[in-house]
Ligand binder design. Structure first.
Ligand SMILES: Cc1cc2nc3c(=O)[nH]c(=O)nc-3n(C[C@H](O)[C@H](O)[C@H](O)COP(=O)(O)O)c2cc1C
Length: 367
């Protein structure tokens, strides 16, 4: 299957299915000498793990990571880092009914149209479980970026139209509620709303926002591999993402140039800063040194227990009520996935950009 490799310089190759033996990733291109252990990866996987609140799938998995290669005496060796997570909670029988029809909103029909078969056990390669591999790899990229002081964090900005209030923003609160919201009051309202949604055997969607602080100016490229284009590729590759924005995004289409332009100012040392950040930290495909701000819109979870019309594999119109264990809302578990894909993109472009100037090239090679 093509398309399981992401990145050029910090490159990841992911493999595995929802109900296969295991899932995993090979990270190639991480510089030697980065201190790394399984616990560094596990803390990120634990944030993605199912079964942690009433609002996620009841599937119980420990999602313990094992590092198989690329580490010696607690540090990366510069060679491929292979990581696996075993699948434990198969219960493939839950999905035997789904084998006979196409779930509306899921990848069943299109996967079958392309490959002529599909692994109906939990969605196979199209399952949200595939994101385990991205999160494991992303944890390595985040640790690498931390060595430069680059700080990446994401949170739930809205669920079902209930949006966190920027006036009540608290970074600490993100880990205090089951929705990863930075606003405790909005989290309480969201809880009530989701209880209603679940009572109706329905699902909801929402928005994840990701901020990158301390990203130096100069990361990205001016043409096809623009930083924003690469981030869009990374984030749109996450299942259920239906919208992507940088900075003011679609709102910028309503603004005047005089409002939308971020005026430049000079610090005492003559270095350049922006007075505002409508651009979201990117100009001309290259980071401008201010906070990078991106948003991803997630659709409601497609698998719902409500009766829905669909078509069976033998072409009959039928009504289905989907059983099995599904997230009524994907967003809280996807927050760390967005963080991971952002980190992978930035690590890749930072490694690539190391040779953009002659003096940088010489600093590495003139000995
Ligand atoms: C972390 C995560 C968890 C997901 N959990 C579920 C789930 O429990 N049930 C479901 O139907 N879809 C789930 N999805 C979404 C499907 O994978 C996705 O909607 C499907 O592959 C169709 O792709 P598309 O929505 O991008 O078109 C999840 C996605 C992510 C990122």
């Amino acid at each position: 299957m093509a398309g399981s490799i992401f990145g050029n310089h910090f490159q990841i190759s992911t493999w595995g299915e929802s109900h296969g033996t295991a899932l995993g990733v090979v990270v190639d291109g991480c510089p030697a000498g980065l201190p790394l252990c399984e616990e560094d990866i596990q803390v990120y996987l634990d944030r993605r793990k199912p079964g942690q609140s009433a609002y996620t799938t009841k599937r119980q998995e420990s999602d313990r990571v094992q590092i198989l290669s690329g580490i010696f005496e607690g540090k990366t060796t510069g060679t491929p880092i292979a990581m696996t997570v075993m699948n434990e909670s198969h219960r493939s029988a839950d999905y035997s009914e789904i084998a006979g029809y196409y779930r509306p909103g899921h990848a069943d029909y299109t996967f079958d149209a392309k490959y002529g078969f599909r692994d109906y056990r939990g969605g196979g390669r199209s399952s949200g479980r595939e994101t385990i591999a991205r999160v494991a790899a992303g944890a390595v990229a985040i640790k690498l970026l931390h060595t430069l002081g680059v700080d990446i964090f994401a949170y739930t900005a809205a669920i079902g139209g209930r949006a966190a209030d920027p006036q009540r923003f608290s970074r600490e609160e993100i880990r205090n509620n089951p929705f990863c919201m930075p606003d405790a009051e909005c989290a309480r309202q969201t809880s009530d709303y989701l209880k209603e949604v679940m009572a109706e055997k329905d699902s909801a969607g929402g928005i994840v926002e990701c901020i990158v602080k301390n990203l130096p100016a100069g990361v990205g490229n001016p043409v096809f591999d623009k930083l924003d284009a690469c981030l869009a590729h990374a984030v749109f590759s996450i299942g259920a993402v239906k919208g992507f924005e940088i900075g003011d995004g679609f709102e910028a289409a309503k603004a005047m140039g005089s409002f939308n332009n971020d005026a430049f100012a000079a610090r005492a040392d003559g270095s350049v800063i922006k007075r505002t950040n409508h651009a979201g930290g990117i100009l001309g495909g290259i980071s401008d040194g201010s906070d990078l701000i991106l948003r991803a819109a997630f659709k409601p979870t497609p698998s719902i227990a409500r009766p829905q019309p669909t078509v069976s594999k033998d072409g009959r119109e039928i009504t289905v009520e989907i059983r099995g264990r599904h997230d009524p809302i994907i967003v809280p578990r996807a927050v760390v996935v967005v963080e991971a894909m952002t980190a992978l993109t930035i690590a890749d472009l930072m490694l690539e950009g190391m040779g953009s100037r002659l003096e940088d090239f010489q600093a590495v090679w003139k000995r």
